[in-house]
Design a binder for this molecule. Structure first.
Ligand SMILES: [Zn+2]
Length: 507
């Protein structure tokens, strides 16, 4: 499907609902049902078996393949029950007998080295599946079946990849860390090479690049899902400083401001209350160092420029191919992150967005975030009151108390509200929204193993799928990956589609 057809889909849905009254039989649907499937699943179960399963059980007509990813969460196998870090239930299919260190990650197609002349980082082929090339293996079959294939790339890197040092960020201490810097020419050279390689070498239908980074402000406050502990931030490399200079931002003052925030964060974490309170003092630091927010904005603009570059590169090769992005899952619970995640600001270089509505793990993750907030900038507000406040800030209904949210996750009402918010946010931009729900994505054991954490069930999945379409969406993305989803739960998707009279597979 090319970009024009991709865009035309919605227009057809709108037109047909006006011209043809609903009939009792399933009308031919133009709805898109997408699912994320890692290369390892095709190796473990066979391409045809995987495609049969997702078509039959979930009515899938679009697959998102993480072709470039270093995170096991996105590209690895499912977790076994008893994993020390995650509350998981062993999947009912695929290969679950693996050693915990089987995963490496990287590019799961064949790299063509002529595209990587502008970067020192060239050893990016994922080694754990041998010569297996997932795009070469599935594209003929997906075309035959009328399935759209989206190549997915993630910006999570690992430390100590060969010759990757100059792609990486420099933190507040002047040290490199295992996160790429968008302003590094070596990273840009790699990324543009990867995109060109993938788009020229394979007949994919669309490309999704996803960054989970939140920027320095949330990092230093320990409010970033991806960088954990807090008390540090990036990037302060020479290229970011050069860019700051052009934007009129004083890098020395910015770093001094972040040092101040670091001290504030460390004292807060130890329970030391500032004389004028946690929130007031946070604001005072921002007022004294407006460069703190300017550095956050520098990050945000650099991310957007990366989107623009990818979009431009793809259009220069295949003008009709859609390109899209995905916000970090932090948009579920962080008002600070959400302020960055402005759909309108992406118009002009964005064809589609993966929009995280992870209603299961979103519960424990939100609770963890609120707990962190209650130990930093909101340290004066009791945790349970803070959670109620966050629900209101985010436009959610009452999703219960702290313990409820951890053990049950969010409701179908949350899925409905978030889908609507995304569609309204994208109105007038031409950006297609893929509301993404989580199926059997395990929660991290934030509060130990002896308590219950939200898990998907046949019923909650069915209700979530119905909520997405009731909110007016014409598509849904099943996340995070097929390998961890239970087939009995996937069946809930096609059953939901039948109940709301959408014919599975009639893309
Ligand atoms: Zn940098």
């Amino acid at each position: 499907m090319n970009r024009r057809e991709f865009m035309k889909t919605t227009a057809l849905v709108a037109a047909s609902s006006v011209m043809a009254p609903a009939r009792k039989s399933y009308a031919k649907s133009t709805r898109r049902i997408g699912i994320q499937i890692g290369a390892v699943s095709f190796v473990d179960e066979g391409e045809n078996q995987v495609l049969d399963n997702v078509q039959e059980l979930a009515g899938v007509n679009t697959i998102f393949i993480p072709v470039f990813a270093y995170n096991r969460g996105l590209a690895g196998r499912g977790y076994l029950s008893g994993d020390k870090k995650f509350h998981a239930i062993t999947p009912d299919h695929g290969n679950v007998n693996y050693s915990p260190d089987y995963f490496h990650g990287g590019y799961y197609a064949t790299p063509h080295m002529k595209y990587y002349n502008n970067t020192p980082f060239k050893e990016h082929r994922a080694p754990e599946l041998g010569d297996y090339d997932v795009l070469a293996a599935v594209l003929d079959e997906t075309k035959k079946r009328g399935i759209t294939t989206v190549a997915m790339m993630a910006d999570n890197f690992k430390s100590h990849l060969p010759n990757s040092k100059t792609l990486m960020q420099v933190d507040m201490n002047g040290k490199r860390r295992g996160m790429v810097c968008f302003n590094s020419p070596d990273f840009q050279g790699f990324l543009m090479g990867l995109v060109e390689d993938c788009v020229r070498s394979y007949d994919i239908d669309a490309l999704l690049w996803r960054s989970e980074k939140t920027g320095p402000l949330m990092e230093v406050l320990g409010l970033s899902h991806s960088t954990g502990k807090g008390g540090n931030a990036g990037c302060f490399c020479e290229f970011c400083k050069g860019r700051a200079k052009k934007m009129g931002i004083d890098a020395k003052r910015a770093l001094a401001g972040y040092e101040e925030l670091r001290t504030y964060f460390q004292n807060s974490a130890q329970g030391t209350r500032p004389v004028d309170g946690f929130y007031v003092t946070f604001w005072r630091i921002l007022l004294n160092y407006p460069e703190i927010l300017q550095w956050q904005r520098l990050f945000q603009e650099s991310l957007k420029d990366t989107y623009r570059s990818i979009n431009k590169k793809v259009r220069s090769i295949k003008p009709d191919m859609p390109t899209g992005w995905g916000f970090s899952s932090q948009q579920i619970y962080s008002h600070m992150f959400r302020a960055n995640a402005d759909l309108k600001s992406l118009a002009g270089f964005t064809d589609f967005m993966k929009f995280y509505i992870y209603y299961n793990v979103g519960g424990p993750r939100s609770a963890k975030y609120v707990e962190k907030l209650s130990k930093s900038i909101m340290g004066d507000v009791p945790r349970d009151q803070l959670l109620q406040f966050v629900y209101r800030l985010m436009g959610y209904g009452d999703e219960g108390g702290f313990e409820d949210l951890i053990s049950r996750g969010y409701s179908a009402d949350y899925v409905l509200r978030e889908t609507r918010r995304a569609l309204n946010g994208a109105a007038g931009t031409g950006i297609k929204i893929w509301p993404a729900i989580d199926i059997d994505l395990p929660s991290r054991f934030y509060w130990g193993q002896s308590r219950s954490y939200a898990v998907s069930s046949y019923d909650t999945i069915k209700n979530a799928v119905k909520a997405v379409f009731h909110a007016g969406s014409d598509r849904i993305l099943l996340a995070r990956k097929y390998s961890e989803m239970h087939l009995k739960n996937l069946k809930a998707v096609s059953d939901a589609l039948k109940e709301i009279r959408i014919h599975p597979n009639n893309g």
